[in-house]
Design a protein around this ligand. Structure first.
Ligand code: ADP
Ligand code: GN1
Ligand code: MG
Length: 362
């Protein structure tokens, strides 16, 4: 089934949320690569985010929603305790008419609704150094809010999500199968990955040796997964909570750097434009350390630059795997899109390697 076919039951699904009132529009919204997101406007002018959860990516959408309900409740309690903006501090799940957090339509697609967080903007690029520092602080604080959350109650939404050695193996398997004959075209990229076969184990090894703790992390810390206040430009909430799971703090740091400290967009085909902006990198590090409020160990701080390289390499490997397998995971907007994204990530890894000394933080 294509993505459009999967969304064909949107009206049926919306009817399961009739308590919000009559919808006067339901347009596609945002720039996520995974879920299908729509902005619903009702007759009364109230707005909602309506999403078809990608259940190829998330095989147990019910477990994802259990995680999200629990995590958002926890965050609201923490923010209430510190006297913050409880209404906008995290996602608010809107239940179906039957009181469920998810609706399964007649062709087996899963739908959920959130309140639209008003007076906010999502950004694709940092519009100032300060806003990137603020974003880092918000992601750091997010980890802090979940530092007392019982990780054993969380479902693993995607198994081995940031297990980079497993991502490496998945790529090698795809290369071997070569279902669409695309491998011949990507020999250089495969060689690039193989040259880093040892590096992919760095963080897993540190964890095994007891040097890197598992924490409850966000795991998808792209800039557009934070909403900023439209007036004050301050971060209001961290969204896209599908992948909140135990993980490494350094990967949350790293994924933000991968996306936000690149001088080019994630899918820039002109690789001469791709590099690590060291000013943005250090601005982010400053905000993240502040947001984590002294909770990171010295080893974690020392491994933050490795987190940046690891997440960039891993994401490049994931784009390459998807390209080889026929673009079934990430939404693409043009042929070769995943290959462009992959090449851009690898160019950024190469630049990070050149700048390794300047990336050190302690
Ligand atoms: P994906 O997993 O596909 O990235 P997201 O949950 O991140 O989906 O949503 C995609 C986009 O929708 C976000 O980048 C943001 O622009 C917008 N969005 C999501 N949730 C909200 C919300 N509660 N309020 C306002 N905008 C939102
Ligand atoms: C996806 O859902 P979105 O667009 O925020 C992906 C991330 C990748 C990112 C690359 C669940 O994030 O892991 O880093 O694309 N999310 C999932 O842009 O796979
Ligand atoms: Mg997102």
């Amino acid at each position: 089934m294509t993505r459009e076919e999967c969304c064909s039951k949107k009206a049926e699904a919306l009817a399961a949320f009739s308590h919000i009132g009559k919808a006067v529009s339901s347009e596609r919204y945002g720039n996520g690569h995974i879920n299908d997101t729509f902005l619903i406007v009702t007759e009364s002018g109230k707005r909602y985010i309506f999403q078809r959860v990608n259940h190829t990516v998330f095989p147990r959408p019910d477990e994802v929603m259990e995680n999200i309900v629990a995590v958002t409740e926890h965050i609201r309690q923490r923010v209430a305790a510190e006297g913050g903006d409880v209404a906008r501090c995290t996602l608010v799940v809107v239940p179906t008419d039957l009181g469920d957090s998810l609706y399964r339509d007649s062709i087996g697609s899963y739908w959920r609704m959130y309140e639209f967080t008003e007076q906010t903007v999502a950004k694709e690029r940092a519009d100032s150094i300060q806003s990137f520092t603020d974003c880092a602080e918000a992601f750091g604080r997010f980890q802090g809010y979940l530092s007392d959350f019982d990780a054993s109650t969380l479902h693993e939404a995607i198994v081995n999500f940031h297990n980079t050695p497993v991502r490496y193996e998945n790529l090698m398997r795809a290369v071997e199968k070569d279902p669409l004959g695309r491998v011949a075209q990507v020999q250089q990229e495969i060689a690039f990955v193989k040259e880093r076969a040892e590096f992919v184990h760095t963080l897993a090894k540190a964890e095994q040796e007891g040097r890197l703790p598992l924490r409850v992390t966000h795991n998808d810390t792209k800039l557009n997964n934070i909403l900023f206040d439209a007036e004050s430009d301050q971060p209001v909430c961290v969204i896209d909570l599908d992948t909140v799971m135990p993980g490494y703090s350094v990967n949350d740091f790293g994924d933000s750097i991968r996306f936000g400290a690149n001088t080019a967009a994630e899918d820039e085909p002109d690789l001469s434009k791709v590099s690590l902006d060291l000013e943005l990198y250090h601005a982010y590090a400053k905000g993240f350390l502040k947001g984590c409020d002294g909770k990171l160990t010295d080893t974690e701080i020392a491994l933050l630059p490795i987190g940046a390289r690891m997440m960039t390499l891993e994401c490049g490997m994931r784009f390459l795997t998807d390209y080889i397998e026929g673009d079934t995971y990430f939404r693409i907007a043009r042929p070769g899109h995943n290959l462009d994204r992959c090449r851009c990530q690898f160019a950024l890894v190469a630049d990070m390697e050149r700048k390794a000394e300047q990336m050190k933080l302690n």
